[in-house]
Design a protein. Structure first.
Length: 288
């Protein structure tokens, strides 16, 4: 413990008591200002949540684990964890759907987002340890688990794990990875790898969605009330049937014949007027 009065006297031996007290007070203020600000987060016991906590992922064939963090800029740093989001996507975000409506869950997700943005290396090291543990457990069971690293964000965690933790997740043979993304470059980067991505169509990225469908990729699209049989000439399948549907659907997608994963509008998305939710099929019939 620093004795600021003694330090003040040592620096100014011929100064009166009052002046020394002022110097000591000033030194103490300088010291307090120099102290590192305590982090705005607490390191959580676990980063990954079991898929059984989500109504949709509970339908998955494989045991599933998901990383949920507060999306967009809902963190203390103001960092955008959904850099390709559109206005319609932001307004219709399912971040607060299901368990996300509870304050305890919201706070937990904000805490994880703060942890990620403020100490990315430690966060990624913890994530790597959890993935290795799940892989080891699944190996013993002789089964595979599905992993979504972006339950409510859009970050290249596969790249982060390799760069910051030295983990090539494709070497974890008992795990399969899948995600939704609005980043077209990410879809192209990982096409043909074990990381299965579905591009999320929005009101401002339809040209990219059509380009990726032509390349044989998976594209999700949100429809009001019902799903058409086709969209822009591409087959539509029911993406609400299970969250890991893309893990089998991608095998049927081929160049020139990508597949649309149709999702029905939920919550605030039903009120969308931006074009994020597709409505034209309601007037044109089963094919759009």
């Amino acid at each position: 413990m620093i004795d600021f009065k003694t330090l003040g006297e040592a620096l100014n031996p011929n100064t009166g008591r009052a002046a020394v007290a002022d110097i000591a007070k000033e030194l103490q203020q300088i010291n307090q200002a120099a102290q590192p600000t305590p982090p705005a987060y607490k390191v959580p016991a676990k980063l990954l949540s079991k898929g059984t906590t989500n109504a949709k992922t509970a339908k998955n064939t494989l045991e599933t684990y998901i990383l949920y963090m507060a999306p967009a800029t809902q963190n203390s740093s103001g960092a955008d964890l959904c850099p390709f989001r559109s206005e319609g996507c932001t307004a219709a975000c399912l971040y607060t759907a299901g368990r996300g409506k509870f304050n305890s869950v919201k706070n937990s997700r904000i805490n994880k987002a703060d942890y990620f943005t403020q100490d990315r290396r430690t966060f990624t090291a913890q994530l790597a340890l959890e993935l290795k543990a799940i892989n080891k457990r699944m190996q013993k069971k002789g089964e595979r688990a599905a992993i979504r690293l972006n339950g409510t964000t859009d970050i290249d965690q596969i790249h982060n794990l390799k760069r910051l933790a030295g983990l090539d997740v494709f070497q974890l043979e008992s795990l399969v990875f899948y995600d939704y993304t609005k980043n077209p470059h990410k879809v192209k980067r990982y096409q043909g790898t074990p990381y299965v991505l579905t591009f999320s169509r929005a009101e401002d990225n339809e040209p990219q969605a059509l380009e990726l469908l032509q390349r044989g990729a998976l594209v999700s699209a949100v429809f009001l009330d019902s799903l058409p049989d086709t969209w822009r000439g591409y087959k539509v399948i029911d993406g609400d049937a299970s969250d890991d549907l893309m893990l089998t659907a991608y095998k049927d997608a081929k160049p020139g014949a990508g597949i649309v994963i149709g999702l029905k509008a939920k919550g605030d998305a039903k009120k969308d007027t931006s074009g994020f939710v597709i409505t034209e099929h309601l007037n044109t019939g089963a094919n759009v």
